[in-house]
Write a protein that binds this ligand. Structure first.
Ligand code: SF4
Ligand code: SF4
Length: 325
């Protein structure tokens, strides 16, 4: 019988990029397989939920769950894996903070169903059929998972031991985290397994970031041809490096794109979007209302900019919907 520790991977509400990120370990995945038995990984291997249910509680060393929690099934799986694993890891931005799916918290289930199944420009649904959680069919009942009003991060559903940040986590961060977990020398619970410093601190362009910036307006990446060696924020691009955790090897900066914050905040920051919004406000040169509004107009999607990966896990969590009269 195998003595190797057991690990599991599962995805909830996500794009699949985190699963790709595991595959991107390339030959590194062989190190994982050599060191551990993968006992559950629906995207790649034919295990069933019943296989996990049959395992003893706590018998999996680490379960890596990516994706936010949007449905009843995802919540059920999060609780099941929490019970079966000694260590539950929120893997990637969506499990960590709600991620891109968390932006759906600007609407509720009714609005999302209406747009997706009734009024969308490419939708043809003359009978107005909507998903139902139970449907009689040939004398039986067909069921679907329930769809919650609100998207939640993994730790808003169950307790989480560690977080691996990123959209998606980079191979170096994943490999380092797996090594740490398999070594048995575990950091304190709640640790984000990436450097606890801001991206700016080790950015190759930091020397060109002025101490005092006086920004009149912001640009979206397609509006200017950014210089490839100068700080992107100094060029008016909304680069979130000052409030974002390091560890991604500056992937976006090296591609001449501003950081959009996928690694989330450092441990010193409670609300990533709020912190960055306040930092940006202090850099703006506009003083009167008209000039301030003009500068703000250059940020067409403030929530999607400041809370792109973290709305669900933020202090705001979601928009309060106005009840229909
Ligand atoms: S703001 Fe962006 S480009 Fe400028 S130093 Fe920080 S991470 Fe680098
Ligand atoms: S630069 Fe920012 S958005 Fe890009 S991978 Fe790194 S943390 Fe994520």
């Amino acid at each position: 019988m195998s003595e190797k520790p057991k690990v599991a991977f599962y995805w909830c509400s996500s794009c699949g990029g985190c699963e790709e990120a595991v595959v991107d370990l390339a030959e590194g995945i062989l190190d994982v397989v050599a060191a551990a038995d993968i006992v559950f990984w629906p995207v790649a291997m034919d295990f069933k939920k019943a296989d996990v249910e049959a395992m003893e509680d706590g018998s999996i060393l680490a379960a890596f769950v990516n994706g936010a929690i949007r449905t009843t099934e995802q919540e059920e799986m999060a609780h099941l894996l929490r019970r079966k694993a000694k260590v539950l890891v929120a893997f990637g931005s969506c499990a960590h903070q709600g991620g891109i799916p968390g932006l759906a918290n600007l609407w509720d289930r009714q609005a999302i169903f209406e747009s997706s199944y009734l009024t969308g420009p490419s939708t043809v649904n003359p009978e107005g059929t909507l998903p139902a959680t139970a449907l009689p069919h040939n004398g039986d009942v067909v069921t679907l998972p329930g769809f919650y009003d609100t998207v939640r991060a993994l730790d808003q559903v169950t307790s989480v031991d560690y977080y691996i940040p990123g959209c998606a986590p980079t191979p170096n961060i994943i490999a380092g985290a797996v090594q740490t977990l398999l070594s048995g020398d575990l950091p304190p619970a709640g640790t984000v397994l990436a450097p606890d410093k801001a991206l700016c601190e080790d950015c190759p362009r930091i020397d060109t970031k002025p101490q005092d910036l006086s920004i009149e307006r912001f640009y979206r990446p397609y509006e200017i041809l950014a210089d490839e060696s100068t700080c992107l924020l100094a060029q008016g691009l909304l680069c979130m490096g000052s409030g974002t955790r390091s560890g991604c090897s500056h992937l976006c900066i090296n591609g001449n794109m501003p950081c959009s914050g996928c690694f989330g905040p450092t441990s010193k920051v409670r609300d990533h979007g709020g912190k960055y919004l306040s930092a940006i406000a202090s850099l703006m040169s506009a003083m009167d209302e008209e000039a301030i509004q003009k500068a703000l107009d250059t940020i067409p999607d403030p929530i999607g900019t400041f809370y792109r990966y973290g709305l669900a896990g933020s202090l705001l969590r979601r928009r309060k919907m106005t009840p229909v009269a």
